[in-house]
Ligand binder design. Structure first.
Ligand code: SF4
Length: 151
């Protein structure tokens, strides 16, 4: 399961299949990470720099984090994609095709303008599609090599 937890400033990514429940996050920032609460990660309860430090101590790689750099990531169902927007301009996208009569999506393309490299925008795009699909019970595959590494 892939989830993103966002504030205006940061995005926290969580891959449940990597989580070893070592609780470093819960002890590091208990106000933000709390098992049993919904959502169990609430970045609005903490200070971004401290959350960053806590996430860096996750031993499994289940957690990762990025600053948003004012970039918005939206799901665009009509065009089968997630799109990254900065000040009204599209700066990246992640595209999928629907297969198996709607039961599966194949992510085949992820692209961010080179001048925005290093902002983790591609990860945010892929996670947006993964979370959307998982919440709908849709299976995801990826012929895009970048997205495949995040599955
Ligand atoms: S620190 Fe990482 S591995 Fe441990 S419970 Fe939190 S998310 Fe899971």
């Amino acid at each position: 399961m892939h989830r993103t937890y966002e504030t205006e400033e940061i995005s926290i990514f969580w891959n449940s299949e990597k989580c070893r429940h070592a609780k470093k996050c819960v002890t590091g920032s208990p106000e933000v990470f709390e098992f049993g609460r919904r959502p169990w990660i609430d970045p609005a309860r903490g200070e971004s720099a401290k959350i960053w430090q806590t996430v860096s101590h996750c031993p499994s790689g289940a957690l990762s984090i990025t600053y948003n750099h004012e970039v918005q990531v939206n799901y665009d169902e009509a065009s089968c994609r997630a799109v990254a927007v900065l000040h009204g301009n599209e700066i990246g996208e992640c595209d999928y095709e629907v297969t198996d009569s709607g039961q599966s999506w194949n992510i085949y393309h992820t692209h961010v303008l080179p001048e925005h490299n290093g902002k983790n925008i591609a990860r945010r795009l892929v996670y947006r599609l993964l979370e959307t699909a998982e919440r709908r019970g849709i299976t995801v595959t990826a012929s895009c090599s970048y997205a495949a590494r995040l599955l």
